[in-house]
Design a protein around this ligand. Sequence first.
Ligand code: GH3
Ligand code: MG
Ligand code: MG
Ligand code: MG
Length: 306
Amino acid sequence: MNRKEIKPYSQCKVLIVDDEPMSRLLLQSILESEFQCTTVESGSDAISHCGEALPDLVLLDMNMPDISGLEVCAALKSAPETKDIPVIFVTSTMDIKSENACWEVGASDFVMKPVNASTLIHRVKTHLQNKLRTEYLEMMTFHDQLTSLYNRMYLTKEIPLLIKQVARDKGSVGAIMIDIDYFKLFNDTYGHLEGDLCLQKVAEIVSNNVKRPKDAVIRFGGEEFLIILPYSDYKGTKLVANQLVGEVAKAKIPHGKGIENRVSISAGFAARTAEDVVKDDISALIEDADVSLFEAKESGRNRAKG
Ligand code: GH3
Ligand code: MG
Ligand code: MG
Ligand code: MG
């Protein structure tokens, strides 16, 4: 997720889950002018729909023949991709025991049947607003404004959690440090604003060529990018590093004082077992990549070394 603005309610996806056709129709007719609504008729359909479509909010019937609403909610809250989707129960049977059970499985709220349309719309908006604002703040906290890449905060706060998971799975972690060649001369020749545009272009090329969902491209310094590749060994990391150098050269961004009059990058790469990265701290892995980057610069630039 990397939006610059909070999206409007009209673009929010609300999933309505109810086994009774009349209830589904009624809820949909109340909500469809305000939100993007989808309906499903069973708990199992709800779980598979949420995993694929990632709705922004779920309205969940409590009593359904296959899987109960409580079980659906518990399943959504236990999966990392769906755990932050707010769930509002819509139910006609609510005693203290069921009410407590709703909170225990992670519900955000509940609404009683027969529903008051205005209350339902307002509850949905309140919980959507909380979710969207949290997502937006998270995006602002962890992304660099110029390039939209991850920032140093992401590296210090989130990457260690990711690496611990890789260590539990006995995998390794790759790191690539990239630095644009002769970038000071680029700024001197074309000006700082053109320099910013160039940084954005290089960032885009790098992002487009680092493809696995858990890979992270971080703006590490001014014109330095750090790429963390979970579950990648030395060979895999080398492949990506060489590809990135090649793709930036292929883009043929003009640079009168660059190698062959183009913008190029140099890359240093390294890989270690995630267990070692946890033990020695990620800075040791980054230092390895940095030493190799120095070698890439010294041996002529526009290349990767590891
Ligand atoms: P080398 O090939 O050895 O890397 O040479 P270089 O000129 O690229 O040297 P260095 O990496 O030290 O230069 C970094 C330059 O990047 C200096 C600075 O003006 C520029 N820079 C850093 N951040 C930004 C930015 O946000 N925007 C622009 N336009 N330039 C930046
Ligand atoms: Mg029902
Ligand atoms: Mg530099
Ligand atoms: Mg440079």
